[in-house]
Design a protein around this ligand. Structure first.
Ligand code: GLY
Length: 344
């Protein structure tokens, strides 16, 4: 078992314990000494959720429909109403079991219920393990845009149980690879070079390579969040692919999976910035079977309008994080005319 501690920059915020390994879920009961435990789970992983908390006395189980459309204020209201109805208090702990949708939504509920209760995240997808569950960002979608209402609420612990990956469909592995490639391309050159050597083994879920890949991605993200957990500085780089990607995702009505959307986003943002090593990043995205082109159904002017609502924008300019060398990034302003004239 590999254990890391993420220490947020503010001294008043408690560190997050991150446990990675086979059977990491066995660490869960010891983390739950609460009066009451709420288990918020994606309905597609109900069996995993029930098994994970089978030793707990009378947990309040709340299922959430799969899909990003569940990241909504309506779900926050429904979940908090159930918690209040069940007599939950400030001593309640929320365990969130599922992919990025559940950890974003459940983390947000934990941040606002009675002004904050502890939460433990159990990501069940590769994307959740390496990105969504790490670093305290929580959110729901609003106003037709992605992640518009949220908080930075650091969880008490994140349990990354690698045995959950064994039954993950290949399509879900691909989605996680998009975030892994993003992290390596913009933050960690040695990890990127390792991926160029080992991506086939990771895609085939070879045990040792998968474990090394997850640990390296989590370590790179932890280093970044420890330096800046509020997107003021270096954490902004983790938004590589997301300015275009979030707009693509929103225009698809959240039917296009997040990893696919940011793969398209990375490819377009690299083209807009003229990044010389873009073909190396594109080669990895292609190997992972991820899409690179904008869906033809999306008119560029509609995408640009959606990009104008991005949280990173400043002074009326649409901004994006892009690599300037492999493992190093910068923030640039995107030009509307260049974007609109890009070949699809
Ligand atoms: N997913 C981007 C971040 O955590 O900052």
């Amino acid at each position: 078992m590999h254990t890391l501690t993420l220490t947020p920059p503010a001294r008043s915020v408690a560190p997050t314990r991150i446990v990675i390994g086979d059977d990491a879920l066995s660490a869960l009961p010891d983390l739950l000494s609460a009066e009451r435990t709420v288990v918020l789970f994606d309905q597609s992983v109900e069996a995993i959720a029930k098994k994970a908390v089978s030793s707990l006395q009378n947990p309040l189980m709340i299922g959430v429909p799969s899909g990003d459309a569940s990241k909504s204020l309506e779900q926050v209201e429904r979940i908090t109403a159930q918690m209040l109805g069940a007599g939950c208090t400030r001593k309640t702990v929320i365990v969130c079991i599922g992919g990025g949708m559940i950890t974003d939504l459940g983390g947000f509920v934990a941040g606002v219920f009675m002004r904050g209760v502890p939460c433990v995240l159990v990501p069940t997808t590769l994307l959740g393990m390496v990105d969504a569950a790490i670093g305290g960002k929580t959110a729901v979608n609003a106003g037709g845009s992605k992640n518009m209402i949220g908080s930075v609420t650091h969880p008490k612990a994140v349990i990354v149980d690698l045995t959950l990956l064994q039954s993950l469909p290949a399509a879900q592995v691909q989605q996680g690879m998009a975030e892994i490639i993003k992290i390596a391309a913009i933050l960690d050159q040695p990890f990127f070079e390792w991926l160029e050597e080992n991506i086939d083994a990771v895609l085939a879920m070879k045990k040792e390579k998968t474990e090394e890949c997850v640990i390296r991605a989590v370590e790179a993200k932890v280093r970044t969040v420890e330096a800046d957990d509020h997107d003021r500085d270096v954490r902004l780089l983790l938004n590589f692919g997301h300015t275009v990607g979030h707009a693509v995702e929103a225009l698809s009505g959240y039917t296009l999976p997040h990893g696919s959307a940011i793969s398209i986003g990375m490819n377009i943002e690299m083209a807009l910035s003229g990044f010389a090593d873009a073909p190396r990043v594109t080669a990895l995205l292609k190997k992972a079977g991820l899409p690179l082109e904008l869906p033809s159904a999306h008119a560029k002017k509609d995408l640009w309008a959606a990009m104008k609502t991005d949280k990173k924008n400043e002074d009326g300019s649409v901004r994006a994080a892009v690599p300037q060398h492999i493992g190093e990034g910068k923030i640039i302003a995107l030009d509307e005319r260049v974007f609109l004239s890009l070949k699809p």
